[in-house]
Design a protein around this ligand. Structure first.
Ligand code: IFM
Length: 465
């Protein structure tokens, strides 16, 4: 394999790998876990490619020791994983489930025994089905339930966990879940989807208060921010780009980092953004200081004006903001159909610090690519495209850090191939290949490359004392 140059980072820079509960754990009915919205959704015909479910996934629930050994061999400083709400608090109400939290207790101890810092995401989309039956994130009460569950997790694990992420990519929860229906629970709505977005933010703020009270070390949230370029200088495209930015980024970052709701929400949603879901004092809760902002980033977008799917603004879903993503045939695309444009990673960091001068330090909490991986005759997975993707994205990040951007770490998505939501098992994002027939793990060339990166980072730490 030809090895792309290894980017260099300051000594304290954290290198890690990430996963999420429903995507890897399996064991969906063990030790008291109850169904989540993803169990329901994946069992609904036509919702997930190939009718796949997370019932077994990577069987990580039973194989976590093997997976932690892979992390240790990879040489990462930190592992980002999520706790499954319906495992910790079945049904989303009532007391903690001792057998459920015990799994994460074992996982945390296993990580620490190998010198790996656990980084916990409290919500990576597996809402207990009972809470969805009561309205899900459209319902303000879900924010309070989330804070209660968060407290259970931090009370059990807070003494050993370095970094806490309240929510993963609330954009997906609100807009894919409640506006275009691509994700669980599969709703296609207008104002209720905006209510869901607000209640996710409120849940974050209420959880931050609980985490602080329990003495959590570092607390933040992870957003999948878009890096948006208007397709042209025309006023129509400029306004379309602002609507896309509002829906994807500003709806989260303005309340979290600037203590306001975005000025552009009427332009974006018209009468759907009626604010009926907001109460006095919510902004203060949502805007409570955080220690870091997590950014998940995969590709930048070029946005043009486009007709709305629905002419009447009051009839639109919250996804329909009159925009079109411009195709970029000159670029390589991953198997997800996502364009490969690595400088976008540096640009999203620069854009965020430029817009919010008081933004806390950033961690890149996910970045990676889905490729058509196969185990070759030599028993190896030669995923050169992924190696190039990682090397070029990290180079763009290193450049931004060298210019002074306060980015503290990078987590590759993902440690291993896993359940890629509505795409089932068709998309492989792992740096470790998983054979779903026998659960064999095979480190790919990208794993070896990342291993070299972590080794170089450790060597530079030692050299710099
Ligand atoms: O697999 C997902 C992950 O759960 C959230 N961020 C994007 C990844 C790739 O689609």
């Amino acid at each position: 394999m030809t090895t792309p140059a290894l980017p260099t980072f300051p000594p304290g820079f954290v290198l890690g790998a990430a996963t999420a509960s429903y995507q890897i754990e399996g064991a969906v009915a063990e030790d008291g876990r109850t169904p989540s919205i993803w169990d329901t959704f994946s069992r609904t015909p036509g919702k997930v490619a190939g009718g796949a479910t997370g019932d077994v996934a990577c069987d990580h629930y039973h194989r976590y020791r093997e997976d932690v050994a892979l992390l240790a061999d990879l040489g990462v400083d930190s592992y980002r994983f999520s706790t499954a709400w319906p495992r910790v608090q079945p049904g989303g109400r009532g007391p903690v489930n001792p057998a459920g939290i015990a799994f994460y207790d074992r996982l945390v101890d296993e990580l620490l025994s190998k010198g790996i810092d656990p980084s916990i995401t409290l919500y990576h989309w597996d809402l207990p089905q009972e809470l969805e039956d009561a309205g899900g994130w459209r319902n303000r009460d879900t924010a309070h339930r989330f804070a209660e569950y968060s407290r259970m997790v931090v009370d059990a694990l807070g003494d050993r966990v370095a970094r806490w992420i309240t929510l993963n990519e609330p954009w997906c929860s609100a807009f894919l879940g409640y506006a275009n229906g691509h994700h669980a629970p599969g709703a296609q709505e207008g104002t209720p989807a905006l209510a869901a977005a607000h209640h996710l933010l409120l849940g974050h703020g209420l959880a931050v208060a609980q985490l602080r009270e329990a003495g959590a070390r570092e607390v933040g949230i992870t957003l999948n921010l878009d890096q948006v370029t208007p397709a042209s200088d025309s006023e129509a495209d400029q306004r379309a780009a602002l609507r896309a930015l509002t829906q994807h980024n500003l709806v989260w970052t303005d309340p979290l980092l600037a203590g306001r709701y975005p000025d552009s929400e009427q332009e974006t949603w018209g009468p759907l953004a009626d604010g009926s879901y907001r109460r006095d004092g919510d902004l203060e809760v949502i805007g409570a200081p955080i220690d870091f902002l997590g950014i998940n980033f995969y590709f930048p977008v070029v946005i043009a004006d486009a007709p709305h799917a629905e002419a009447d603004p009051a009839e639109r879903t919250a996804m329909d903001v009159g925009t079109r993503q411009v195709e970029r045939p000159e670029l390589r695309h991953t198997t997800m159909g996502w364009p490969v444009d690595p400088p976008g990673l540096g640009r999203v960091v620069a854009d965020t610090f430029a817009r919010y001068p008081d933004c806390p330090p950033i961690y890149i909490t996910e970045n990676g690519s889905a490729e058509a991986d196969v185990v070759d005759a030599d028993g190896q997975v030669h995923d050169g495209d992924r190696v190039d993707f990682l090397a070029e994205n990290l180079a763009s990040l290193a450049e931004e850090v060298a210019k002074g951007a306060d980015v503290r770490g990078y987590y590759v998505w993902s440690l291993m191939d896993n359940f890629e939501w509505a795409f089932g098992y068709d998309q492989r994002f792992g740096i470790v290949h998983v054979d779903y027939e026998d659960q064999k793990r095979t480190p790919k060339d990208s794993y070896r490359w990342f291993q070299q990166l972590t080794a170089a980072q450790r060597a530079s730490r030692t050299a710099q004392g």
